[in-house]
Design a protein around this ligand. Structure first.
Ligand code: KG4
Ligand code: ZN
Length: 358
């Protein structure tokens, strides 16, 4: 079965082809440089960029794979949660493509697709405990199988990626800030006492990161010299800084990252205590690229005798390969949608509203 995946839930325009569960080709058009001018994603600009990029990307994808549109059995589109205008561009494209070329339509939950993404690279042992860490979400799930996700914990305010991005913004680092914070943090040893672990003195599995952001803001009030005088233009931020500035910044960012990762670790441990049958720990989403988080989750998995499942770096961030793969899993099991499929904006639960082919 050949599946065309379409991803337009935020600021990356992606298309990909998956045949029988394996990636054939993909195209991604990042809008990061454009949104970086505004210090964050501007929804109206994102929708217009998706509209501009989607058709040429799909054309070049099919050309590269030497596939005609009529060979596509299923079109899988991210249907939420995400920016409503952006999702609508991808869904309209998918519906048009499916009806013109006689393909099946399957809407995909973007969050589930993140957690299933490593299935493109390896077998996923279920039941699994899933930790999803991205720019918009921080959640844990018990995943019984690729179609059965039970939400265990979620953030009550900022997502973990937002905590990294807002810290970066306070320092005048480029958007998105997570990768820059990570690169600088790797240059120093953290001080585990410098920042608090937010929202851990409670019995629940939810997260909160806004207090940590405030702690960083207060710290920077006392240390204004840490802020960069102007936003660096190159991607090698560390290379542009004077050695003493680099050292001090690396130390603070390593300590900040340590507090974030430790808060995640504490709640994941608790989630595991309540998911005794888990065979693996799946960590996915853009922040799963973070080096300190990858190391901490590796250690936790080995302490608990679990298989650690981490997607390769290119599969962590938003991409259409994961949408095509999740769509393939669904379509193969008979799940599909009609042309009345609706987009689901951020903050609303994505319904399980498939019809089933026998
Ligand atoms: O999954 P994703 O590409 O988009 C969303 O669905 O949100 O995640 C993007 C987020 C951004 O907040 C970005 O700063 C963060 O992932 N990120 C990182 C790293 N790489 C990306 N955060 C920390 N360390 C990284 N290495
Ligand atoms: Zn995402």
């Amino acid at each position: 079965m050949l599946v065309l995946g379409v991803e337009t839930s935020c600021d990356d325009t992606g298309v990909a082809l998956v045949r029988d569960g394996r990636l054939v080709a993909e195209r991604i058009g990042s809008q990061a440089d454009l949104h970086s001018l505004f210090g964050g994603v501007v929804p109206e600009i994102a929708s217009r960029e998706h509209l501009r990029l989607l058709t040429p990307l799909a054309r070049s994808l099919l050309d590269e794979a030497d596939v005609g549109p009529e060979s596509i059995d299923t079109v899988a589109a991210a249907r939420g949660p995400g920016l409503l205008g952006s999702l609508l561009v991808g869904l309209s494209f998918a519906k048009g493509f499916a009806s013109v070329h006689g393909a099946r339509l399957v809407g995909v939950n973007h969050l589930h697709a993140h957690l299933l993404a490593p299935g493109l690279e390896r077998e996923l042992p279920f039941p699994a405990l899933g930790l999803l860490v991205s720019g918009g979400h921080t959640q844990t799930y018990r995943i019984a199988d690729p179609f059965t996700f039970e939400l265990l914990g979620r953030t009550l305010d900022d997502a973990v990626g937002e905590a990294f991005d807002k810290t970066a913004k306070m320092l005048n680092l480029p958007y998105p800030g997570g990768p820059h914070v990570d690169a600088l943090a790797r240059l120093a040893e953290p001080d585990p006492e410098l920042f608090p672990r937010p929202y851990i003195d409670n019995p629940n599995l939810d997260f909160s990161f806004s207090g940590l952001k405030t702690a960083m803001a207060l710290y920077l009030e006392g240390h204004p010299e840490l802020k960069l005088a102007r936003m660096p233009e190159s991607t090698d931020v560390a290379g542009e800084l004077a050695p003493s500035h680099r050292e001090a910044l690396a130390h603070v960012l390593a300590s900040f990252s340590f507090a974030v990762v430790d808060a995640l670790r504490i709640k994941v441990e608790r989630a595991l205590d309540r998911t005794r049958d888990a065979r693996s720990l799946i960590v996915s989403g853009g922040v799963a690229a973070n080096s300190m988080l990858r190391a901490a989750m590796g250690q936790l998995a080995s302490e608990r005798g679990l298989e650690l499942v981490l997607p390769s770096l290119r599969l962590c961030a938003d991409n259409a390969a994961m949408i095509a793969y999740a769509g393939w899993l669904l379509a193969q099991s008979g799940y599909r949608h009609g042309l009345d499929l609706e987009a689901v904006p951020r903050g609303r639960a994505v319904p399980w509203d498939y019809t089933r082919e026998s």
